[in-house]
Design a protein around this ligand. Structure first.
Ligand SMILES: NC(=O)c1ccc[n+]([C@@H]2O[C@H](COP(=O)([O-])OP(=O)(O)OC[C@H]3O[C@@H](n4cnc5c(N)ncnc54)[C@H](OP(=O)(O)O)[C@@H]3O)[C@@H](O)[C@H]2O)c1
Length: 255
């Protein structure tokens, strides 16, 4: 099995890569920090391929997604599982956010997963086999104040991913949509630093990348439609108005 993971140099993506290495899968890992990808792959028992790439280099540079997929296939063969995980976050008011930064976030978090999926699909459709995993966010279900670009990107990715599932089922391809709530990582601690401390932030249930990675690899095997993690946040999918009211009223202000 060949699994391509974007954003594998830290946090959730790194944990997913480690989980697949434990399961003896071949992995292609993509991110900008090559040293961290090399370290992750050192001593692996299965096939590994490292691609150091900025997946959202801006409008003046050619989109790298198709080339990344072609390189992965040339190195380790057809891709069985694509994990669209690479992402960035901006925690700031819309009025203070630089437009270019916000639009770069939309490109990385929303357009890159669609481009990556489009690039793997011809091969998966031909073989009538494959899985695409989209790492969206609870912020797409319960949009968070001070995170307009991020919530928009994750709401968009979740919607595209849920729709793609029915579109690709007849082709033998499975789509798993993942909605993490807070999961310990560099991104999560940077966000926590930005908000004033409050009971909401102090007692928020927070998961671990390793446990989420296990759930994702199991979910791909069992063809699970979606994962909400930590599980307690699943309530907000069934009571979205309550979830939105809570984030609207109880998200603390910025420090
Ligand atoms: N942690 C949470 O609480 C949480 C909650 C909901 C959703 N998520 C989502 O989970 C995913 C992983 O986040 P994380 O928490 O693990 O954060 P993280 O530790 O900051 O990881 C982000 C990953 O994305 C890569 N990346 C960032 N910009 C890139 C670019 N331009 N080109 C290629 N790769 C790039 C980073 O690698 P380089 O810097 O080396 O390029 C890194 O490997 C993201 O999509 C995030 O939105 C996280």
């Amino acid at each position: 099995m060949h699994v391509l993971i974007t954003g594998a140099s830290s946090g959730i993506g790194e944990a997913i890569a480690r989980e697949y290495l434990k399961r003896n899968a071949d992995i292609t890992v993509v991110a900008r920090r090559k040293d961290r990808l090399d370290e992750l792959c050192a001593g692996a028992q299965s096939g590994t391929h490292v691609i150091a790439a900025d997946l959202a280099p801006g409008r003046s540079t050619a989109d790298p997604c198709a080339a990344v997929v072609a390189e992965a296939i040339a190195a380790l063969g057809p891709i069985d599982v694509l994990i669209n995980n690479a992402g960035m976050q901006i925690v700031d008011s819309l009025v203070n956010t630089n437009i270019a930064d916000g639009e770069r976030l939309i490109e990385l978090n929303l357009m890159v997963p669609l481009r990556m999926s489009k690039a793997v699909l011809p091969g998966m459709m031909q073989r009538r086999h494959g899985a695409i995993v989209d790492i969206a966010s609870m912020a797409g279900i319960m949009p968070t104040p001070q995170m307009s670009y991020y919530s928009a990107s994750k709401g968009g990715l979740g919607a595209a991913s849920e729709g793609l599932r029915g579109e690709l089922r007849p082709h033998g391809i499975h789509v798993l949509t993942v909605y993490p709530g807070p999961v310990s990582s560099d991104m999560e601690s940077a966000a926590r630093e930005k908000f004033a401390s409050s009971p909401a932030t102090r007692y928020m249930p927070t998961g671990t990348p390793a446990e989420l990675a296990r759930l994702i690899a199991d979910g791909v095997e069992r063809k699970t439609d979606r994962i909400i993690y930590p599980r307690v946040y699943g309530l907000s999918r069934h009571l979205p108005n309550l979830g939105r009211w809570l984030t609207d009223r109880f998200t603390p202000s910025l420090k």
